[in-house]
Write a protein that binds this ligand. Structure first.
Ligand code: F6P
Length: 192
C-alpha cells in the first residue's frame, strides 16, 4: 500500500513573532528540524522511491533542502492567503478589523480574508493536487498549516468543514497509509 508523508515547514521567523502569511526564513529551531528531517524520513520511507512536493514559499524549500529526492514546487500548496491581514498578528487583526476577527471566529471554514482566501477556497484550489496525489505512488508534502489541515481532513475522510480544527503541529512528520478501508496515521515527532 502506498504512503503519503506530510510535514509543515520548520518553525519560521513569522511563527516566532506570531505573524500570519508572508515569506519568512526558518528560525534557528526550524533549521534544526530541516537538518533532522533526512534521517526521520529515511527511517520511515526506507528504500522506497519518493517525490517531494513543496509550496513556492522559502520556508518550505528551506525545510526540504537536505532531502535527497526529486522535488517539485506547487503554487497551489502556498499558505491560505490572509489578504489585507498578511503579516499581521491575531492581536493586530482583532484591533484593526474587530468585525472580521469575530466573523472568522463564528465561521472559520467560510470566512474569507479581505483580498484573500477562506478554508473553502483552499479546499477547492487543492483539488488538482488531490487528483494528482491519487495517481502517484509515495509522495511527501512539505507545506503550511491551513493547507495541511485540508489535505489531512480529506485523507482522514473528515468533513471538509472540520478542516480548520485538524491538529497539525510543527516539527512532526505525519505518515498516512492509504488503505481501502480507511487511512491509518503515524505521527513521528522530531526531538528538537
Ligand atoms: O501562523 C501560521 C499560519 O500558517 C499562518 O500563516 C496562517 O494564516 C495560519 O497559520 C492558519 O491557521 P489559522 O487558520 O488557525 O489562523
Amino acid at each position: 500500500p502506498r504512503s503519503i508523508w506530510l510535514s509543515r515547514h520548520g518553525e519560521s521567523m513569522y511563527n516566532l513573532s506570531g505573524q500570519l502569511g508572508g515569506d519568512a526564513d526558518l528560525s534557528p529551531g526550524g533549521q534544526l528540524y530541516a537538518a533532522k528531517l533526512p534521517s526521520l524520513v529515511l527511517d520511515s520511507v526506507g528504500d522506497r522511491p519518493l517525490t517531494i512536493w513543496t509550496s513556492t514559499l522559502k520556508r518550505t524549500q528551506q525545510t526540504s533542502r537536505f532531502l535527497q529526492y526529486r522535488q517539485l514546487q506547487w503554487k497551489a500548496l502556498d499558505e491560505l492567503d490572509a489578504g489585507v491581514c498578511d503579516g499581521m498578528t491575531y492581536a493586530e487583526i482583532e484591533e484593526k478589523y474587530p468585525e472580521d476577527f469575530k466573523a472568522r471566529d463564528d465561521n472559520k471554514f467560510e470566512y474569507r480574508y479581505k483580498g484573500g482566501e477562506s478554508y473553502r477556497d483552499v479546499v477547492s484550489r487543492l483539488e488538482p493536487i488531490i487528483m494528482e496525489l491519487e495517481r502517484q505512488e509515495n509522495i511527501m508534502i512539505v507545506t503550511h498549516q491551513a493547507v495541511l489541515r485540508c489535505l489531512y481532513a480529506y485523507f482522514m475522510n473528515v468533513d471538509m468543514s472540520e478542516s480548520p480544527w485538524m491538529e497539525v503541529p510543527l516539527h512532526t512528520l505525519i505518515k498516512l497509509d492509504v488503505r481501502a478501508y480507511g487511512t491509518t496515521v503515524t505521527r513521528i515527532k522530531a526531538d528538537i
